[in-house]
Design a protein around this ligand. Structure first.
Ligand SMILES: [Zn+2]
Length: 393
């Protein structure tokens, strides 16, 4: 084991001092610093790199290159000097909780179903794990219970480097064929896995393992999980949201889904009633126009695109005009339009008017809909002129 990797020897070290052995500028204009020893974990094994400060500079990322660890920082550090490194401990501890929690869950799934963890991503908002097999909601509930039972048991993790023979006899999970010294992380009663990441000392420190969702992914499943403090924060946020919704609905927390269902049904009933009233209103309005072969322009306030289409259809079907144009100003000062005719091609008319009126939209030969960015008088003038010009069917 590499003696200068303090994060392995002392996973709980938060502060250390190292000698700067080199410092070079990166292509990004940041600086890459190497140290005699470090407690900053470099990105690897699904675990993101540590954050913090080094000699007063901000540590932006940490990567391993050719067996050496580069600390990307925002200021240069002089080679030969001592630099104090301070880890963003909450961030690291959060990552250790997620990582150990992931091992517990992956180990249980592997034992029970034989599935492998084939993808692992640890983001600060969410942790995802991909498995090459399917699970049911019932499986998830059971797995979650078992995983948390291992947390309550507060078992001590065992991390070691077995010799070649011991390793050959060991049944452990591994993403790839490993050569050289292999680091094994064992959670007694839960999991044995080859891993280069940092872990909590005892399973109790994981706090809680919560599966937040599952989707089908590449023939298997992708689980979204959160552990420890991040799970608590997520729970707090969700409870706040649910409480806010329950106040808005004047419903008890447990009754929120039922209240939303009722609200939705009520809103659908109202929409149907309003639509019926509009149909009656359009029929009454249509009666006030005589049957005519002329083009007909109607301006109405506050109509939705669906209502514009209903009204225009009614007008041309009842023979109130060879072409019926219905226009309604929206809240942005633009006019929504519907152009309908059973005799002429509305696509041509809409194209011509769009050009003149800074408009957009289109449709079928019977009906075109869209928006004009122009005033009422301009629309009227353009409508009557263009309506005489568009091509007949
Ligand atoms: Zn791991």
């Amino acid at each position: 084991m590499d003696q200068n990797r303090l994060y392995y020897q002392y996973p709980y070290i938060k502060k250390f001092t190292g000698t700067v052995t080199s410092c070079r500028e990166s292509k990004k204009g940041t600086w890459l610093v190497r140290l005699s020893q470090t407690a900053f974990y470099p990105e690897g094994g699904g675990q993101p790199s540590d954050r913090g400060t080094l000699g007063g500079a901000r540590v932006l990322s940490v990567h391993e290159r050719e067996g050496e660890i580069d600390h990307e920082v925002d200021q240069p550090l002089a080679p030969g000097t001592e630099a104090e490194g301070i880890l963003d401990w909450q961030y690291r501890m959060d990552n250790m909780q997620q990582h150990t929690g992931e091992h517990i869950l992956s180990g249980l799934i592997h034992r029970r179903f034989g599935y492998d963890n084939v993808g692992f991503h640890m983001g600060s908002e969410e942790v995802t794990i991909d498995f090459n097999g399917l699970l049911s909601q019932e499986d998830l509930d059971q797995l979650e219970n078992e995983a948390n039972a291992l947390v309550y048991a507060d078992t001590k993790l065992r991390i070691w480097y077995p010799g070649r023979e011991e390793l050959a006899a060991l049944d452990y999970r591994s993403k790839k064929e490993l050569t050289g010294l292999v680091r094994i992380v064992e959670i007694p009663g839960g999991d044995i896995c080859a891993c280069c990441g940092t872990h909590v000392e005892r399973t109790g420190e994981v706090g809680i393992i919560k599966i937040r969702g599952m989707i089908h992914y590449k023939g298997g499943v992708r689980l979204s999980i959160l552990c420890g403090r991040r799970a608590l924060e997520d729970y707090r946020q969700r409870l706040n949201d649910a409480t806010e919704i329950s106040v808005l609905l004047s419903a008890k927390l447990g009754k929120v889904p039922e209240a939303v269902r009722k609200l939705k049904e009520e809103s659908q009933r109202q929409a149907a009633a309003i639509s019926g009233l509009y149909r009656q209103l359009f029929a009454l309005k249509a009666e006030t126009y005589p049957e005519s072969e002329e083009v007909l322009a109607v301006f109405e306030e506050g109509l939705s695109p669906v209502q514009l289409r209903q009204f225009a259809t009614l007008l041309y079907e009842e023979g109130k005009g060879s072409v019926a144009g219905v226009f309604s100003e929206d809240e942005n000062g633009a006019f929504q339009y519907a152009l309908g005719s059973s005799r002429f091609d509305m696509r041509g008319l809409s194209r011509g008017m769009n050009q003149r009126l800074n408009g957009r939209g289109g449709g079928s030969s019977l009906m075109a809909q869209g928006t004009f960015r122009a005033g009422r008088e301009e629309i009227e003038a353009a409508f009557f002129e263009e309506a005489r010009r568009y091509p007949n069917k």
